[in-house]
Design a protein around this ligand. Sequence first.
Ligand SMILES: [Zn+2]
Length: 339
Amino acid sequence: MRKGLLHILNRLLDPKALVLMYHRIATPAADIWGIAVSPENFEQHLKLLRNRGNVVPLRDLVKDVKQGKVRRNSIAITFDDGYTDNFTVARPLLEKYQLPATFFITSGNIGKEEEFWWDELEHILLFAPQLPQIFMAKLSDSPFTFDLQAEASLTEELQQHHRRWDASNDAPPTLRARLFFLLWQQLKPLPQPEQETQMQIIREWAGVPVSARPGYICMAPTQLQELSQHKLFDVGAHTVSHAALGMHNLAVQQKELLDSRQFLSALTGADIPLLAYPYGNYNNWTLEAAANTGFAAAVTTEEKAVTRRSGAYRLGRVQVKNMSGQAFAAQLQQWQRKP
Ligand SMILES: [Zn+2]
């Protein structure tokens, strides 16, 4: 009994570190996944972090964890996906406050003038002015039909619903949103070539050409090179195709990890020891594949602090939402109290 209590007390007193997860620093017209933080709010976060003086590069935190120690209240900043605003908006602000960060890059999108499939799907389904009323396609080898009824034509009211929609927590508010969500669920676990085939079917049905909004593309190769040469910044891997790793077999997982690591390493000339699992999705094979392909550590999207007891391939992270500096300060305290 006494041993049990001591164990709990030890855990409570264990120094905790936080890994912050950002995606975009931008103010898009719609943000159904809640992944965009405005530049103004982001600067407030950085001011606060600068004053606290405990931000460390993720690689240093990983080194600490591997040596069985963690500096109390240390914080690492990370970005997922590789959106172009990471370079144009986040980087200058991080430089201004001299704060280190790690950028996890979906390598297959680098150097392409293409949106990620989920952004394009959202743009088509939620914001195309006119769609055919009936959606009909073969999904996972079974025919699928969906009637958009009057929502084939986009109205101002529909747009407002879509702009306010929090897709991670709320049910789809319209027929268009329902169809979007069904397709998103269908596409997410597919291998990349099949995702592209399905997207082409959806584009043709909608009658829209492949198009990329400037704010929705990834960083250019030269921008990534510049980032990785900067003493404050590191580039990490986020697979080739943003694969939901745990939904694929071991061979596919290893290929996604190895190819993205080799691509980024060849481009930047840096070793790429850090990995972030897309969607936070992984299984036991993933942990094995991450170690086999030479990664030293990996971060998840599990909302928990990092301690000296954390596993190097399942480090928790906390997602920073678009909030004021004051709200961020309160949120940090809350996260730091988490077991
Ligand atoms: Zn991602």
